[in-house]
Design a protein around this ligand. Structure first.
Ligand SMILES: Cc1cc2nc3c(=O)[nH]c(=O)nc-3n(C[C@H](O)[C@H](O)[C@H](O)COP(=O)(O)OP(=O)(O)OC[C@H]3O[C@@H](n4cnc5c(N)ncnc54)[C@H](O)[C@@H]3O)c2cc1C
Length: 350
């Protein structure tokens, strides 16, 4: 991993107060910079693991995770960024995929997104090194089509992973294969969180299973410490907000503005309904257009993740659940559905 500069301008001044060391003293130990991560979802444990891998000699990392506030737990499909994340940490597919019931993903197939065109589905395969020539041809055809020419612009006809997806093949190549094939994964996000947590703790991250209740600020407005249940006061030099939609530090404490994308991205809710595993696991996520949004199908080793992302302006939660059940052929099933709401947008400053 290339070395990265620590995000501190000064020498260490604080230590992290932990449950086992409530005084915050570093008796005998060389002072380390202190980083406090609030939130133990995917974002929190990924952050902890990356930072611990990079800086464990110089920093003390603590992660506060509420046992009472759950995680979102529906992020089950990745792009190739997740492969790069694991590569950066030196973690092989064989180390984590079986534990997280993961499968390979080379593409996303969109079904029924182009009504009236005669195109029942099209794909978004991940672009690989192998596609250097055909990728250009794809862009040229897209340009030509925008000028009115009737040429093919279906990405899966140009990109290698489109052919793998059609053939139901995984992207694993023999040793010394001269090209890099890009791929992502489908995975059980709760199990991945558990895996990341174990790795991070093994690298020295201090896990504090408690709920943050209050934030103390320095006079200049920076965060000084966060106070948790049982009056545990956790000091730090750098705080990372991984509390998900709650944005406890960024928005609630520091008042960073949130830019909503609601005007353009209409979908703001989802209903989730898992089913049993498919007998043949496709190496692609499937996204099917429904009446006011789209339904995903994510093939895992032990089950299939399904959900319907829709807009509350156009559909009630009950109607969305009924539509998803009908789509899955589960109208008479008693499998429980889970409903979620989303803030779609981004904070102005991280
Ligand atoms: C419908 C839907 C589908 C999605 N699909 C995908 C997908 O296919 N692929 C993908 O990559 N992403 C997907 N996402 C996004 C992904 O789920 C989220 O980005 C990710 O789960 C967010 O993780 P997080 O760690 O930021 O937040 P969360 O999972 O919400 O975790 C927040 C953490 O903060 C803790 N916390 C909160 N408040 C406090 C407090 N006061 N004190 C202590 N701890 C606290 C909680 O206990 C929890 O541990 C999807 C999201 C939605 C809504």
């Amino acid at each position: 991993m290339p070395s990265t500069t620590l995000p501190f301008a000064t020498t260490p001044t604080h230590s992290t107060t932990t449950a086992s060391d409530p005084s915050g003293s570093l008796s005998g130990a060389r002072a380390k910079h202190s980083i406090v991560i609030v939130g133990g979802g995917t974002a929190g444990w990924m952050t902890a693991l990356l930072m611990a891998q990079q800086w464990r000699e110089q920093v003390q990392i603590s992660l506060i995770e509420s046992p009472d506030i759950g995680i979102i737990g529906v992020g089950e499909g990745s792009t190739p960024s997740l492969k790069r994340f694991f590569s950066q940490l030196g973690i092989a597919d064989s180390e984590w995929m079986a534990r997280c019931n993961a499968t390979y993903k080379v593409s996303i197939r969109f079904r029924d997104w182009s009504p009236g065109t005669g195109i029942a589905s099209y794909s978004h395969p991940f672009i690989s090194q192998l596609d250097q020539v055909s990728e250009l041809a794809f862009y040229q055809n897209c340009f030509a089509r925008r000028q009115g020419l009737d040429v093919t612009t279906l990405p899966d006809k140009f990109l290698f992973n489109g052919y793998l997806a059609d053939a139901g093949l995984s992207p694993v190549t023999p040793p010394h294969f001269p090209f890099r094939i890009e791929y992502g994964y489908h995975f059980d996000s709760a199990l991945l969180g558990q895996f990341l947590k174990e790795r991070a703790i093994a690298l020295g991250v201090v896990h504090l299973p408690t709920t943050m209740q209050q934030v103390n600020l320095h006079p200049d407005g920076r965060i000084a410490s966060v106070v948790c249940q049982d009056a545990l006061d956790v000091h730090g030099e750098l705080f990372v907000d991984c509390t998900g939609f709650r944005a406890e530090l960024l928005q609630k404490t520091l008042g960073v503005k949130f830019d909503a994308f609601k005007a353009n991205l209409l979908n703001d809710a989802a209903v989730v309904l898992p089913t049993s595993a498919l007998s043949t696991l496709p190496p692609e996520t499937r996204a099917t257009a429904l009446s006011t949004g789209w339904a995903w199908q994510i093939p895992l080793q032990h089950r299939t993740g399904n959900g319907y992302v829709y807009s509350r302006d156009f559909l009630s939660a009950d109607a969305a659940e009924t539509e998803l059940r009908a789509h899955l052929g589960l109208l008479d099933s008693d499998i429980q559905a889970r409903h979620l709401q989303m803030n779609v947008g981004q904070v102005r400053q991280h």
